[in-house]
Design a protein around this ligand. Sequence first.
Ligand SMILES: *[C@@H]1O[C@H](CO)[C@@H](O)[C@H](O)[C@H]1NC(C)=O
Ligand SMILES: *[C@@H]1O[C@H](CO)[C@@H](O)[C@H](O)[C@H]1NC(C)=O
Length: 202
Amino acid sequence: MAGLISSQATVLLLLMCCVGSSMAVFFSSLPKTLIVTASPTPGQALYAGVDQINVTWSLNQSLPAGADSAYKKVKLLLCYPPVSQADRPWRKTEDHLQKDKTCQFKMVVQPYGRATRGSYVYTIERSIPTGTYFVRAYALDADDTQVAYGQTTDAKKTANLFDVVGISGRHASLDIAAASFSAFAVVALVFFFMLEKRKGKK
Ligand SMILES: *[C@@H]1O[C@H](CO)[C@@H](O)[C@H](O)[C@H]1NC(C)=O
Ligand SMILES: *[C@@H]1O[C@H](CO)[C@@H](O)[C@H](O)[C@H]1NC(C)=O
C-alpha cells in the first residue's frame, strides 16, 4: 500500500516537473539573435491613437546557417524599461516569462520568413498608457514558445527609448470642458423655465 502511494506520488511529481519545465521559459536563457529597429528617434514623444511605429527585424547575419531553424513566428511587443517601472510593481520584470510584466502590449505576430527582413507599421493603440517604451521581438517556435529575442534598446534598457503620450492625460481637460458645459446647460434650462413661468403668471 505504502509502495503504491509512493509510486503514485512519484508519477505525480514527474508530471509536475515535466509540465512545469515545458512551460517555464526564462528570459536569461534566450539567445539574442534578432536585430530589431524602430522608427522613433531616442526621446521622441508619440501620441496614442495617432502616431505610428515602423518596426523592422532580421536575423543577425553573423550567426551560423540554421540558427533560426526552429523559428516559426515573430512577436513584436511594446515594453517598459526600468525608468517606466520604478514604483510600479505591475510592470515588474521577471526572468520567468509567464510572470514577466515588461512587455504587456502586443503589436503583432508575424510568420517568420527565413532569409528575409520583416517589417511592420504599428499605429499606437488608444489603450497604451503614458510611459517610456522600447520594442522587443520574440522568435516563437511551433508551440508558440519564445526561443530567441531581439530589442531596440541595450541590455540595461536605457538607450534608444521613446515616449508615448496616452489618451487619458490628454483628454482630461476636454472632459472638464464637457462637464462644465453640461452644468451650464442645466442652469440655462432652469433659468428659461423660470422665465417662462413668470411670463405665464403675468
Ligand atoms: C519601414 O522601415 C523600413 C526600413 O527602414 C523601410 O524599408 C519601409 O519602407 C518602412 N515602411 C514604411 C511603411 O514606412
Ligand atoms: C551579431 O552576432 C555577433 C556574434 O554573435 C555579435 O558579435 C554581434 O554583436 C551581433 N550583432 C548585433 C547587431 O547584435
